[in-house]
Design a protein around this ligand. Sequence first.
Ligand code: PLP
Length: 287
Amino acid sequence: MSGLWASVDGRVTPAEQAVVPALDRGFLFGDAVYEVFSTRRGRPLFWAEHLDRLRASGARTGLAPQAIDGAVLRAEVAALCAAVGADEAYVRLMVSRGVNPDLALDPREGLTPTRVLFARPLTPVDPALKAHGCVLSTTVVPRRDDGQPVAKKSSRQGAIAERLAAHAAGAWEALRVDTLGRVLEGATSTFFAVRAGVLLTPPLGLGILDGITRRHVLAVARAASVPVAEAAIPAEALDELDEAFICSSTRGVVPVRAIDAHGFAAPGPLTAAMSAAYEAVVEAHLG
Ligand SMILES: Cc1ncc(COP(=O)(O)O)c(C=O)c1O
């Protein structure tokens, strides 16, 4: 058994036994929205924010608002995590538009959404990466600044290709740069950098995910009076950066020691401070 458990419309099983119909639109078309978060001491971290973002993704995808029932999903997370039996778990929660009667791309009215949750004990980020930093490799993606907030959709083919290219280049994570040469985000993470004492991160308007860890890192930086700029970072300025880190809900802050050929001392002092401050927010949130 892999330690990975699943819940399909509330039915909890070991993940290998979980099934959805092949006509589910999540499988047919990637027509589903999702969230990934962790639990600490058995409780989902920043649950309200993840639920809000899931609702926003659903609204942008045209999912009926009743497809995302917070009380039902919260109870399913609790039941699934009880089966996993770990204080700290990795949880992936998806809601698809439901099962199609046929192969039609156009969604029929009145489909019943499918809820699929996975959870397993949280694997901590390799301590060597936290201590010495990870390597990023840049990858060019189409510009996304169409003014629409980004929905977290299940179809991940772009991210898969980006990660394969990054791993082939010996990197841990892909760093997206748009066709106008502006740094966006990691394939699965938010990007932060430090230049001349200023904490920089690309603005949401460039078409990046409104990362929940991003929000908390920005808040702790502002609370500590660290100068912050949500501003475009040109790819050609990457080698002028003093520090960099990426962050996400299940990994927290991970320092960056190189982007392509440019190396950094990792973790830099502001990265270390932001990492500690973020962990303090997590602790405070857990009460
Ligand atoms: C593209 C992208 N950006 C940023 C993030 C980080 O978001 P969060 O901090 O909400 O986990 C993720 C996480 O999955 C992501 O896939």
